[in-house]
Design a protein around this ligand. Structure first.
Ligand code: FDA
Length: 306
């Protein structure tokens, strides 16, 4: 992994860094580039805007590593309110939700996380939309896939997420290729024992995994901003005789917005991952770690304010 990326992800866990970033006056402005806002209304407004521009959306209520039941409950309620509103304003056909199991209690108790995720899936069904279960660091992969399997007994359309940087992922892709799967590179600092550390290796594995998913009968969702991978996926999709309805591209809110619109204008389904909520810190740090230019952007904003 890129040393700067490792450094930023390590700094993200430091309490002093957290205090400085979270309380810097500029942070909230910078955050707006990557986060829709703090309230459900902000999330709905941003979704309406993106859908109006021909994009689809998956919404993430920010919060992870929940260590108490009250916070997990608050997260579930935020999703229930969001799903109600998506339905009420007529956006549910174009917008689903993404859920992190640690945000709904995985670190406390796997059964609690399953129960809470089930409530979100039931509400999504009521609102005529779907849920994707985000993938977090590798220590949670097995538990996340176990919960996913349980959820799919009732809601087969629940989306999985697999991370190409993990060595195990090609096998997981073979297992899940006939289902709805988002393939991403992976955003956490992982050891070489479980993950490819060389970026080129990650990209090669992404292509191997993409081939497996495209050969399956499921619905692959390719979450990447990488122009080379997007081009390769387009070619591989044609080779596997997939039409534009058979798969989708996904990108993050605020990242390569022009490319999102360009792909949609070409007829592709493009879904934008839109995070919202007050717990934006961990999310922002992962986005900064992905690209040194984002750190420069962040620091420049700090300097220009001081
Ligand atoms: P890469 O990081 O190599 O970037 C390729 C190019 O894209 C860069 O050169 C740059 O031009 C642009 N770019 C990428 N990130 C940028 C950024 N932050 N700011 C500006 N430009 C940027 N991860 C995970 O572990 N679990 C998950 O559940 C998810 N879910 C998820 C959903 C969706 C819809 C997306 C798009 C991504 C995720 N991810 C994720 C994150 C993912 O694993 C990965 O960290 C990022 O997408 C960056 O990887 P890329 O494939 O874009 O390639």
């Amino acid at each position: 992994m890129n040393p700067l990326r490792t450094l930023i992800l390590a700094a993200a866990g430091n309490d002093t860094v957290r205090r400085v970033v979270a309380t810097a006056p500029v942070s909230r402005d910078v955050v707006r580039r990557f986060v829709a806002g703090e309230t459900t209304t902000d999330a709905i407004d941003t979704t309406g805007d993106l859908v109006g521009r021909g994009l689809r959306v998956t919404l993430d209520y920010l919060g992870e590593d929940t260590t108490d039941r009250t916070t997990a409950e608050r997260t579930v309620r935020a999703y229930l309110e969001l799903l109600d509103q998506l339905h009420d304003v007529g956006l549910a056909a174009d917008a689903e939700v993404s859920v992190k199991l640690t945000a709904v209690g995985l670190a406390l108790d796997e059964t609690l996380a399953l129960d809470n995720a089930s409530r979100v899936c039931a509400a999504a069904e009521q609102s005529d939309t779907t849920v994707t279960i985000d993938m977090e660091d590798h220590t949670t992969t097995d538990a996340t896939l176990r919960v996913l399997t349980e959820l799919r007994r009732h809601w087969p359309s629940v989306g999985a997420v697999l991370q190409a940087y993990l060595r195990r992922t090609l096998d997981d892709c073979r297992e899940l290729a006939d289902t709805r799967v988002r393939l991403c590179k992976g955003a956490y600092a992982e050891p070489a024992s479980v993950a490819y550390v060389d970026q080129h290796e990650v990209d090669l594995n992404y292509v191997r995994c993409a081939n497996v998913l495209l050969a399956g009968s499921g619905y692959p969702m390719f979450a990447t901003h990488d122009p080379r991978l997007i081009e390769i996926i387009g070619e591989r999709a044609r080779w596997y005789d997939k039409s534009v309805e058979d798969f989708e591209f996904q990108m993050l809110y605020g990242v390569r917005t022009g490319e999102q619109l360009h792909l949609a204008a070409e007829g592709h389904v493009v879904r934008v991952y839109v995070p919202f909520g007050e717990q934006w810190y961990g999310y922002l740090m992962r986005r900064l770690a992905e690209r040194p230019a984002n750190v420069a952007f962040f620091l420049r904003s700090l300097v220009s304010r001081s």
